[in-house]
Design a protein around this ligand. Structure first.
Ligand code: NAD
Length: 483
């Protein structure tokens, strides 16, 4: 049975779409049709932005009433929890994410984010009085920025959606969200949760569509702020538009992070964390450490450990609880990854495992976990984001060279340091040019800012910093002589 939706969640309810085009969705594992949703047209975006604007401008409504928001967001969290199993399942069948990960990231994380940001924004005062240095005082307010256009990719669709929705809604903004066409079925389930939670009319609107619709949305005159996660190429184009419009924008883009193995590392004892930091979600996460930097003194041993890890992975149906590596999201994505594998071979890197399609799986967009040794940091496979299960092991002579190689990248998003001395690891981590980095593991905790530098993006999500990106500061000065 396929999942076919006829209406769009817009302007406080389920609305008839303006046009008749539909977005078909396919299983990454079986390539079968899973269902379809209406493709939003520009007229639907106009309706959504108008509804969001009206909801935001209501003088006693969402943007001005923290209690109303706290109660509605708690109902939303509960409605999502009730759908967590089905959300995880839908993500897994659409994009190939192993179900054990989908349960954690896609089913589990959104309610956590809603509650964290709701408490942060509505449980504490968003204003303070500052005694002045020049006499008088200033009241400093943090106000919601307005109508937010949020655009998300397909790789971790629900968690990334809530990296934006949770702080934006908690701050008092209203949102028009555009999900990626590859993963619209989980987005529709999220709409059902929002409808059940009774979010006030216009507070959240969802417009499924492709890049043209996204470009129309971010440039819409009724939008006050843009939040985008996706490729660096699309991010640049969005930044250009926002620059011209002087519109605030948060960009979470690509990465090519380094996993630095120090000469005292016991990689075998941290191999599960190493897997999570380098190959999670079939290699389709922006912060993964896909350049493994190994000391020349132990190079052969590190190559063997990483190769053994890749060979040991359970590759197969992502709905199986034990699967560690599923298919890539689409035939297009598989072509892209295979073209990088060909480039690696062409540039002289040494393939130690993988490189092809798993022999036992004749359906689905699978690529074998692949490791290249003897990679030079200037090789294409070390410089460009592949977004698949492909690791490059690069040798270095000493710590300074490791840091120099890690930093010789267009990107600066994630990374990790592997060592039996965490203090030494932290000293190295401080020298790596990156927005985030882990010692003997990697994680995005809700309390700490996440984001990149250089071509990995602008601004931060998560933590109080993530909330502040949906707020504007306003100062009200009082002259003491006038009382
Ligand atoms: P993509 O940039 O092609 O698409 C992402 C989203 O943006 C989709 O919803 C798409 O429809 C929309 N879009 C594309 N071009 C647009 C434009 N010009 N204007 C408005 N909207 C546009 O990326 P993708 O292939 O879907 O996702 C993979 C990429 O996303 C990878 O490069 C990955 O590194 C990046 N990513 C980054 C993060 C992060 O937090 N830094 C997280 C996940 C994915």
């Amino acid at each position: 049975m396929t999942l076919d939706y006829d209406r769009l969640y817009l302007a406080g309810g389920w609305a008839e779409p303006a046009a008749t085009q539909r977005i078909p969705v396919h299983s990454a594992t079986t390539e079968e049709n899973l269902g379809s949703v209406p493709e939003a047209a520009e007229a639907d975006v106009d309706l959504a932005v108008t509804a969001a604007r009206r909801a935001f401008d209501d003088p006693s409504g969402w943007s001005r009433n923290p209690r109303l928001r706290a109660e509605a967001l708690e109902r939303f969290a509960v409605a999502l929890e009730n759908r967590a199993a089905e959300t995880s399942r839908r993500v897994t069948v659409q994009n190939g994410m192993p179900i054990s990960l989908a349960q954690q990231f896609e089913g589990g994380f959104p309610p956590v984010l809603l509650r964290y940001f709701s408490e942060l924004a509505t449980g504490s005062p968003q204003e303070e009085i500052r005694p002045g240095m020049l006499g008088g005082s200033s009241r400093v307010l943090r106000e919601p920025v307005g109508v937010v256009a949020a655009i998300v990719p397909w790789n971790v669709p629900q968690a990334i959606t809530f990296l934006k929705l949770a702080p934006a809604l908690a701050a008092g903004c209203t949102v028009v969200l555009k999900p990626a066409p590859e993963t619209v079925l989980d987005a529709m389930l999220m709409c059902e949760a929002a409808a059940e939670a009774g979010l006030p009319e216009g507070v959240l609107n969802v417009v499924p569509g492709g890049r043209e619709l996204g470009a129309y949305l971010i440039a819409h005159p009724g939008v006050d702020k843009v939040s985008f996660t996706g490729s660096t190429a699309a991010g640049r184009s969005i930044a250009e538009t926002c620059g011209r419009l002087l519109r605030p924008v948060t960009l979470e883009l690509g990465g090519k992070s380094a996993a630095i193995v120090l000469d005292d590392a016991d990689l075998a004892s941290t191999i599960e964390s190493f897997f999570a930091a380098t190959l999670l979600n079939n290699g389709q996460i922006c912060w993964l450490g896909t350049r493994v930097l190994a000391p020349r003194s132990r190079y052969g041993e590190v190559v063997d450990t990483v190769t053994d890890l890749a060979r040991s992975l359970a590759v197969g149906d992502p709905l199986e609880q034990t699967t560690q590596l599923g298919p890539l999201v689409s035939a297009r994505q598989r072509d892209r990854v295979e073209s990088y594998i060909a480039k690696g071979l062409g540039e002289g890197a040494r393939l130690t495992t993988g490189g092809g399609r798993p022999a036992a799986l004749d359906q689905g967009w699978f690529v074998e976990p692949t490791v290249f040794a003897d990679v030079d940091n200037n090789h294409t496979i070390a410089q460009e984001e592949i977004f698949g299960p492909v690791l490059s092991v690069i040798p270095y002579a000493d710590e300074s060279e490791a840091v120099a190689i890690a930093n010789a990248s267009e990107y600066g998003l994630g990374g990790s340091v592997w060592t039996s001395d965490p203090d030494r690891g932290e000293a190295v981590a401080r020298r790596v040019a990156s927005g985030t980095i882990g010692i003997n593991g990697y994680s995005n905790d809700p309390t700490a800012p996440f984001g990149g530098i250089k071509s990995s993006g602008l601004g931060r999500e998560l933590g109080p910093e993530g909330l502040h990106s949906y707020q504007v500061f306003k100062t009200i000065y009082r002259d003491p002589s006038k009382g």
